[in-house]
Design a protein around this ligand. Structure first.
Ligand SMILES: Cc1cc2nc3c(=O)[nH]c(=O)nc-3n(C[C@H](O)[C@H](O)[C@H](O)COP(=O)(O)OP(=O)(O)OC[C@H]3O[C@@H](n4cnc5c(N)ncnc54)[C@H](O)[C@@H]3O)c2cc1C
Length: 305
């Protein structure tokens, strides 16, 4: 039986694996998409101590190489349920069932949607939640973007490198991101900001052809575009774990700095838990704490037997 199963191979999950493996435990990571989680799509990270600047994908790959060299196992499976029977955890995925002595949930967060009609239909047909993944498809074309915090600022800057104009729609007349990003954005002449606006509709049959938005006077205006990048924040998706953890009203798993949940042997790390700051540093910190806590829990199980 595996010692520790980790749900999610983002920064938190992989850091938890790093600490657990270095403590001599066997680790299986279960990842539903690709390794790295959110940071894998970040064009550049400039606030991880000692790394002046690094591409998010490079950060993720380095960490993955580090843990696989130590013996981490990875399966690309989506966890749909975790059960505990006595001291054994059973983790059910879309393909398999695995058993472990301890489990760490490091499932991160997902992109928020605007909730507009046709929004889901247009994904891959003009609507995108990831400029790093899809921006290049619109090279040489004017694009639109909605959002006002760090992800939106980073996406706008990236798109402005190869799109003649980036039309950026913000709900208020200010940004909620790092000052350095705001400064960089203000220096770009091809980023046009539409403050105090709300996107209210998507135009097009099978492909996005434009958007409608409400301006600060309450008038509905039309803006023709083939691309809308949506960067309005994230939400957790922890419903699969409610039998063993408590969630707050937004859906984050309730846990303190010790990363312990209400179930013994079950820990939570990273963006998916209740916390104030969701960043790589805090996700990595949680990963270290949860990884070591899971190791101590397993060691104590051994002593009890
Ligand atoms: C565009 C962008 C830019 C960013 N830039 C920075 C930056 O410059 N500096 C910084 O510090 N932070 C940045 N962040 C935030 C940072 O990336 C996150 O705080 C950090 O990655 C959180 O790590 P995590 O491991 O908790 O979660 P995540 O990175 O979200 O990883 C969670 C993983 O769990 C997987 N998963 C979820 N549910 C399941 C399931 N049921 N079964 C299996 N797998 C599952 C997901 O697929 C995902 O891979 C950025 C985020 C974005 C989106």
């Amino acid at each position: 039986m595996i010692d520790i199963i980790i749900v999610g191979a983002g920064a938190a999950g992989m850091t938890a694996a790093l600490y657990a493996l270095r403590s001599g435990k066997s680790v299986l990571l279960l990842e539903q998409e690709t390794i790295g989680g959110q940071v894998a799509i970040s064009p550049r990270v400039e606030n991880f101590p000692s790394l002046k600047q690094i591409k998010g994908s490079e950060f993720a790959n380095n960490l993955f190489e580090q843990i696989t060299a130590l013996g981490a196992e990875l399966e690309l499976e989506k966890v749909i349920e975790i059960k505990k029977d006595g001291e054994i955890f059973t983790v059910v995925t879309d393909y398999n069932t695995h058993q472990a002595k301890a489990v760490i949930i490091a499932a991160g967060v997902k992109h928020k949607h605007l909730g507009l009609p046709k929004e889901t239909d247009f994904v891959g047909h003009g609507v995108s939640y990831c400029a790093v993944c899809d921006g290049a498809f619109f090279k040489g074309k004017e694009v639109a973007l909605v959002g006002d915090a760090n992800s939106a600022l980073q996406y706008s800057l990236l798109l402005s490198n190869y799109c003649p104009k980036v039309h950026m729609f913000t709900l208020f007349d200010k940004f909620f991101g790092d000052e350095s990003l705001v400064k960089a954005l203000k220096s770009k002449e091809n980023i046009i900001v539409y403050p105090d606006t709300q996107i209210v509709g998507l135009i097009g049959e099978n492909e996005l052809e434009g958007i409608t938005y409400k301006n600060k006077n309450g008038e509905i205006c039309e803006h023709r575009t083939e691309a809308l990048f949506i960067a309005i924040g994230q939400l957790p998706d922890n419903k699969s774990f409610v039998n063993l953890v408590d969630l707050d009203k937004e859906g984050y798993i309730i846990a303190g700095e010790d990363c312990a949940t209400k179930t013994q042997g079950l820990y939570v790390a990273g963006d998916c838990r209740t916390k104030k700051i969701r960043q790589l540093t805090t996700a990595s910190s949680d990963g270290a704490i949860a990884g070591l806590a899971a190791c101590a829990y397993i060691t104590n199980l051994g002593i009890q037997k």
